[in-house]
Design a protein around this ligand. Structure first.
Ligand SMILES: Nc1nc2c(c(=O)[nH]1)N[C@H]1C(S)=C(S)[C@@H](COP(=O)(O)OP(=O)(O)OC[C@H]3O[C@@H](n4cnc5c(N)ncnc54)[C@H](O)[C@@H]3O)O[C@H]1N2
Ligand code: MOO
Ligand SMILES: [Mg+2]
Length: 402
């Protein structure tokens, strides 16, 4: 009797293993400019008020509202308060001080008349219209009170959050630092783009693609592109970088052939190789080599990229503390039928139309179809039990941007 096929590892089981393997990076205080997309590790409390002082919302004249109540009136201009002036004169009764947007409101003033309501004079100013008390004054603390929490631990740091952190005087923020990822492409057939190609050779593309995906996930890639299918050369390349990375990500050399350099070098050295019940991306490996997490992706370009999306991107984002490290999951109706191998979760490449609520597969299921991958903006997930889906069926769509 033939041996039953060994059980394949489930997609979710392998994902959990990779997330656990990668773990989290330590919290570090990073300059704001390095924090885009990272996650705040502790609440940020503002030591100051925002605005820090009462200031003018308009270019115009600081006045007492009572002095312009009977406008038109003419007032002597006692001086200028440009933005940044720190030695403030007091506004005397019956006078005006020329003031600019963002400049501190001088003591004694209770309103600002915008320049459009005046003749713009510099010695004396003719005010055509009256303004109520408090007009065009932005009050200290009306945006942020001193001592208040302005950003919660767990907040994702986008442009606005970084702007706010700077506005309250933070120069650095506590964040889990970006994982450093060694992206290592194996294959003796691989050639540098821009150089001549012999029959039997191909241009190296996984390295560029995976390094870009690492960057897009918020992590820091180091790229090693031309490691031949030679165990000694592989070890030499890997060992040189091992001490400076948080994760090694290889592509190629993990299936069933005679020159599977990654498998040959790492099996029995802490990395476990398995078949995962998915298409593409069946041959996978994960483990620790000399203490450093290693994830081995299959070499077929679409397999490598889809595996990155399914396993590595969520693990990298979880490592930085993202609470929802995966892609959003949307529903859409297929515009055409799809066939999938029963018992494996299929990820087809698709174009999603969120307005129509539809998704169209691009290209076939083949894991070498990089041309179609580049046209896609989403993955279409076909669950393990389903072998055939019809046009109009609802499927889960994972948008890939950015
Ligand atoms: N007898 C079997 N053969 C294969 C099996 C199997 O189960 N039994 N699995 C197939 C599946 S599924 C996949 S996926 C691939 C995985 O292969 P490897 O990870 O060993 O990758 P390679 O053989 O090195 O390369 C596969 C393919 O991809 C091209 N490649 C590799 N690296 C790059 C790169 N950096 N840039 C561009 N293209 C790359 C390579 O030239 C090959 O065409 O194995 C199947 N075989
Ligand atoms: O796992 Mo392979 O990715 O199907 O070609
Ligand atoms: Mg192979």
């Amino acid at each position: 009797m033939a041996n039953p096929a060994p059980r394949m590892t489930g997609v979710d089981e392998h994902l959990a293993a990779v997330v656990e393997l990668v773990g989290v990076t330590p919290v570090a205080e990073l300059p704001l400019a390095d924090c885009l997309g990272l996650v705040l590790a502790r609440d940020l409390v503002s030591a100051i008020a925002l605005p820090p002082f009462d200031n003018s919302a308009m270019d115009g004249y600081a006045v007492r509202a009572a002095d312009v109540a009977d406008a038109p009136v003419e007032l002597p201009v006692a001086g200028d308060i440009p933005a940044g002036r720190v030695d403030l004169p007091e506004l005397a009764h019956g006078t005006a001080l020329r003031i600019m947007t963002g400049a501190p409101v001088p003591p004694g003033a209770d309103a600002v008349v915008q320049v459009e309501l005046t003749d713009g004079g510099t010695e004396r100013v003719l005010v055509h219209g009256d303004v109520p008390e408090g007009a065009h004054i932005r009050r200290a603390g009306e945006d942020v009170r001193p001592g208040s929490v302005v950003l919660r631990a767990g907040a994702e740091l986008g442009a606005a959050q970084l702007g706010l952190a700077a506005a309250v005087g933070a120069a650095v923020l506590p964040v889990r630092r970006r994982p450093r990822v060694l992206v290592l492409s194996t294959g003796s057939e691989l050639v540098e783009p821009g150089t001549p190609l012999l029959h039997g050779q191909i241009y190296e593309s996984n390295g560029v693609m995976l390094a870009a995906a690492v960057t897009a996930a918020g992590a820091l890639p180091t790229l090693l592109r031309f490691v031949p299918d030679d165990v000694a050369a592989f070890h030499a390349a890997l060992d040189e970088h091992l001490s400076t990375v948080d994760l090694v990500l290889t592509s190629g050399g993990v299936s069933a052939g005679a020159y599977e350099v990654v498998k040959d070098a790492l099996a029995g050295n802490g990395v476990e190789f398995r078949k995962v019940a998915m298409q593409p991306g069946m041959p996978q490996g994960a483990g620790r080599y000399r203490g450093v997490p290693v994830v081995t992706l299959p070499g077929n370009p679409v397999s490598a990229q889809v595996s990155f999306e399914v396993f590595v991107r969520p693990a990298l984002r979880a490592a930085m503390g993202h609470r929802s490290p995966g892609r959003p999951r949307l529903s859409a109706r297929l515009t055409e039928p799809v066939r999938s191998p029963a018992g494996r979760r299929q990820f087809r490449r698709g174009v999603h139309d969120p307005v129509a609520g539809t998704v169209s597969p691009v290209g076939g299921p083949g894991s070498h179809l990089l041309g179609a991958l580049a046209l896609a903006d989403c993955l279409i997930e076909v669950p393990e039990p389903l072998a055939e889906l019809a046009a109009g069926d609802l499927v889960t769509v994972l948008p890939l941007a950015p």
